[in-house]
Design a protein around this ligand. Structure first.
Ligand code: S3P
Length: 174
């Protein structure tokens, strides 16, 4: 039974981590939703775009790791990770302790459609967003696949994905 653990959501920008975490938080009222990007924005008193612009990506990646150290002893969290969080080995180790991790997958087309018109992702600030997403997927999928479980989000509603995560979490290790 996994119920005293954390739920960790990983995957590409646009896979629905934040929306799914929100619905999960309503379904599992004892669990606290933690959005790593939001927490970093609070700590740094700056938006993600501004952090990238003023301090660079490496600084942001170090903020991500530092934040995971801050919460490493907490449980019953639903941790919605920024899309690059699961790439660094140290982050994976921290996230995979005391948790069940879920890779929310989606095709480049699906992710691109979901991100349409959203300018808050500095790494997608480019001409051909779909091509960029494809290249990120190629590079990152092997890391995302290291999550405990994978859920295909293509053609599914946020509510359906959240219910699937909850059911798999409750039954994990039974
Ligand atoms: C990033 C994803 C973003 C945010 C930052 C970098 C990435 O989070 O952490 O812009 O490297 O994929 P979301 O996945 O919530 O968009």
């Amino acid at each position: 039974m996994a119920l005293d653990k954390n739920i960790v959501l990983v995957g590409m920008m646009g896979c629905g981590k934040s929306s799914v975490a929100k619905v999960l938080g309503d379904l599992l009222s004892e669990y606290e939703v933690v959005e790593t990007d939001k927490e970093i924005e609070l700590i740094e008193n700056s938006s993600i775009s501004e952090i990238f612009r003023k301090k660079g990506e490496t600084y942001f990646r170090n903020c991500e790791t530092a934040f995971l150290h801050q919460i490493k002893n907490k449980r019953k969290l639903i941790i919605s990770c920024g899309g690059g969080m699961f790439i660094r080995e140290e982050n994976r180790k921290l996230l995979k302790t005391g948790s069940v991790s879920f890779y929310l997958s989606g095709s480049a087309k699906t992710l691109c459609n979901r991100l349409n018109g959203d300018s808050s992702r500095p790494l997608l600030n480019c001409e051909n967003v779909e091509e960029k997403i494809k290249s990120f997927l190629k590079e990152r999928t092997p890391y995302y696949e290291l999550a405990d479980l994978k859920i295909d989000t293509n053609l599914k509603s946020v509510e359906d994905v959240a219910k699937e995560v909850m059911e798999k979490f409750i039954n994990y290790g039974k």
